[in-house]
Design a binder for this molecule. Structure first.
Ligand code: GLN
Length: 480
């Protein structure tokens, strides 16, 4: 049977499989075919597992929630027997000795992993340009970046190569690339999804989540991966709600806060117009828009880059050339081996962050930087607690600008860090956030180019059902 796999959602593909319109093998073949044809240019994938995926498709149990559905994984998630590069040379030759819990749960739900996607090295970046393993292009404008750090997963879903993928979000790495590539990206509440088997960047901020074409698909993916895991002591030991059941209930009376600090920030004017239209759509659906303040917003970037780099500097100490990955060939003694293996294996941004993180944790500077940043983090968290005593959700752009040109921000790390001004706070506060496509914007000096714009919604801890319901209502309004 002939069908177009590039426009399928998980739910439409699942229904078609169950009706027998096509088989799981045909579906996986179609996705692999698209990857073969188009990924040479796009660069979303670091590797595929065609043979294994097809064999799994033949065995697929279509009664399972994700039975026979092809997905992709960001390459910092361990999948038994496969490479897990984290976009770095230092993990050359490493193969995952076990499945990450989120991956094991997707497999148990019947999903079929077709490949591993490109990312900024160790998830440090906002454009996927920090990958040591190749370039990923934006599916809507090939000279532009897909966002990052989960740029490969976002590009794969945005281009229709797969209906869904997993990413990780430490400061925006799901929501921002989703916005750049025109797909839905969900960062769950800290602890909602086990981090076991996710290579750690900043452990108090990291969270795994899905990229999909629709909110209903995001609900389906989250259902499969959420829940307590004895192997991750920070995973929440609370019941997992049914994320799909209330999707159609509408948002009449929902109070949505607009932080004045976010809306007075330098937002691209065409993007601002698109966001304003999206807010009007939400109002038209019965939501009440309320202006509010998150007074410590100006400290978010500084506090994030102190805490994230501090945690990264300790997490990345394990890559020493001894236990796994790249080992320098010509070191004279152990110390030289550490120096050379790490010097050769890590890229410049990772080195910058290890240096910064080591510095802020060093004796004498710990109190002035790391401890201070933790205190500011508490204030940022309180800002949200206050805000959520007045509103149900908070809305903002997912990023202050749309997908930028490759190379445009690589010379100045601070410019790159600003790509995340609207997403970082959710990780510091541990709250969930979703980015959803809310229209396209034209680019002044480039007639014909239309870039996706992402609306971000944030909610209090464990408010994923509300976030997904609002996102679903918004989608329905747009498509009716
Ligand atoms: N861009 C941010 C950083 O570089 C966030 C990355 C992420 O969420 N993994 O740290």
């Amino acid at each position: 049977m002939h069908f177009d796999s590039t426009s399928l959602t998980l739910i439409s593909a699942r229904d078609a499989l169950r009706r027998g319109d096509f088989s799981a093998r045909e579906l996986v073949e179609a996705c692999l075919g698209e990857i073969d044809r188009r990924d040479g240019d796009l660069g979303a994938f670091l590797g595929t597992r065609a043979e294994a995926a097809l064999a799994e498709a033949d065995q697929a149990d279509l009664n399972l929630p994700l039975g026979g559905l092809p997905i992709a994984l960001k390459d910092n998630l361990n999948l038994l027997g496969e490479p897990c590069s984290c976009g770095s040379k230092i993990l050359e030759g490493y193969r995952a000795p076990y499945d990450a819990t989120a991956v094991a749960r997707l497999k148990a739900a019947g999903a079929i992993v077709v490949g591993r996607t490109n990312m900024d090295e160790f998830a440090m970046g906002s454009s996927t340009e920090n990958s040591a393993l190749g370039r990923t292009r934006n599916p809507h404008a090939p000279d532009r970046v897909p966002g990052g750090s989960s740029g490969g997963s976002a590009a794969a879903v945005g281009a229709g190569l797969v209906p869904a993928a997993l990413g990780s979000d430490t400061g925006g790495s799901i929501r921002q690339p989703a916005a750049f590539c025109g797909c839905v990206g969900l960062k769950p509440t800290y602890g909602r999804v086990s981090r076991y088997g996710l290579v750690a960047y900043a452990s108090s901020l990291d969270q795994i989540g899905p990229f999909t074409r629709t909110a209903a698909d995001a609900a389906l993916m989250l259902q499969a991966i959420a829940g307590h895991d004895p192997r991750d002591s920070t995973s929440l030991d609370t019941p997992v709600p049914d994320f799909s059941s209330g999707l159609g209930d509408g948002i009449k009376g929902l109070r949505i806060g607009l932080p004045k600090e976010y809306f007075s920030a330098a937002i691209d004017p065409a993007m601002r117009a698109t966001i304003d239209r999206a807010l009007q759509t939400l109002a038209g659906l019965g939501a009440e828009l309320v202006e509010l303040s998150l007074p410590h917003s100006e400290y978010v970037v500084a506090s994030y880059y102190l805490i994230a780099t501090a945690e990264a500097s300790t997490n990345l100490a394990r890559f020493d050339g001894v236990r796994y990955g790249h080992r320098s060939a010509d070191a004279g003694d152990l110390l030289e081996q550490y120096h050379q293996s790490r010097g050769q294996g890590f890229g410049p941004e990772v080195k910058r962050r290890i240096l910064l993180g080591t510095y802020v944790l060093s004796s004498g500077y710990y109190d002035a930087y790391y401890l201070k940043a933790q205190r500011v983090r508490t204030l940022i968290r309180r800002d949200f607690e206050q805000a959520f005593s007045k509103v149900d959700l908070i809305a903002s752009p997912a990023s202050p600008f749309p997908a930028f040109k490759a190379g445009e921000k690589t010379a100045d790390p601070l410019q790159m860090y600003l790509a995340d001004i609207f997403t970082l706070a959710a990780n510091l506060a541990g709250i969930p956030g979703i980015s959803l496509p809310c229209g396209r914007m034209a680019i002044d000096d480039e007639p014909g180019v239309e870039l996706p714009v992402g609306l971000q919604l944030l909610g209090p801890a464990c408010s994923e059902p509300t976030l997904l319901r609002a996102a679903h209502s918004f989608e329905q309004a747009g498509s009716s």
